[in-house]
Design a protein around this ligand. Structure first.
Ligand code: ADP
Length: 299
């Protein structure tokens, strides 16, 4: 019932004492390999909560592509819509220094080859979905094509990450557009009206004016704002000891999209999503940190 359209990456992580300069070699820790990418993360997060979830994505015909397919299936995601081949699987090459700072090189690989044509060929999958959730780690025109195939009464959720200015057709399809502070500023700035000042309520109102039927602004430990029409409501976060916020936004978006598909109002879906995000930040990793519905209820 939930379709996620987006990226699937493998994260290759090595700890280093310091980063190498040009022409230099340094030795690092043992390699850690994690499935990731915002599309794959959202699909796993939703499936782990119990949502019937499918993924429309592209991976390479290689070992990393098979690792991603296996991890999706292990979480219960329907992978019939995952296309294989055309380029190597997307990877993120990540070094982590002793202070915990990351340096990241992303090779989008197959994610960059998920085309509007692929979406047209998978139109039946889009049409059969109650809610479709997307991000921007695949080409923008692919996401725009997706909204052209939504079923009547179908709902589209977008987390525009990494952010870029969005065409009006895409903005108008969003219900909601889900942004953090940085994404809000880029999208408001791209629309030419300034970046919105210091008040998150103003960002929400400014974004609504660009066309989305609703907007959610996530504020980390401060929770989130939910806006539709001229109404802006605050959704509180849950107080937890955060150890790693990686993937919290993906878990939040997936949970919200799933709840919307069950017919609950946006504010209630966002409140549930905040609880999912709160559990995710208490655990390390991205996909490893995503809770089951029972774990959310126990919070
Ligand atoms: P992103 O990772 O996209 O920047 P946020 O950091 O805003 O997204 O996190 C998404 C959601 O996860 C927040 O709206 C909140 O509900 C929850 N969350 C994130 N950080 C915390 C935290 N430290 N404590 C409790 N909840 C959090």
């Amino acid at each position: 019932d939930l379709l996620v359209v987006g990226s699937a990456n493998v994260d290759l992580v090595v700890g280093v004492e310091r980063r190498p300069g040009a022409g230099e070699t340094v030795l690092g820790s043992d390699l850690a390999v994690h499935p990731g990418g915002k599309g794959a993360n959202q699909a796993v997060a939703a499936a782990r909560l119990g949502a019937r979830t499918a993924l429309l994505a592209r991976v390479g015909d290689d070992a990393y592509g098979r690792l991603l397919l296996d991890s999706q299936r292990a979480a219960g995601v329907d992978t019939a819509g995952v296309l294989v081949g055309g380029a190597p699987t997307g990877v993120a090459l990540i070094t982590v220094d002793p202070s915990g700072d990351n340096s990241i090189v992303v090779s989008p690989g197959a994610n960059g080859r998920l085309t509007p044509e692929d979406v047209r060929a998978s139109a039946a999958l889009v049409r059969a979905s109650r809610v479709v959730s997307a991000q921007l780690e695949v080409p923008l025109e692919t996401v725009v094509e997706t909204v052209r195939h939504l079923p009547a009464g179908g709902r589209f959720v977008l987390n525009p990450s990494p952010p870029q200015p969005l065409p009006r057709e895409l903005l108008q399809a969003c219900d909601p557009l889900i942004v953090n502070e940085h994404e809000a500023h880029v999208i408001l700035g791209g629309a030419g009206g300034g970046t919105g000042g210091a008040d998150p309520g103003e960002w929400a109102r400014g974004l609504i004016a660009l066309g989305p039927r609703s907007v959610v602004v996530t504020l980390g430990a401060e929770g989130a704002l939910v806006a539709s029409g001229d109404k802006v409501d605050r959704v509180p976060s849950v107080k937890v000891d955060a150890v790693d916020t990686t993937g919290a936004g993906d878990a939040f978006t997936a949970a919200l999209a799933w709840r919307l598909g069950t017919g609950v109002p946006l504010a209630d879906a966002a409140a549930y999503a905040a609880r999912v995000g709160a559990v995710a930040v208490t655990r390390r990793g991205a996909q490893d940190s995503f809770p089951t519905a029972a774990e959310v209820d126990a919070l």
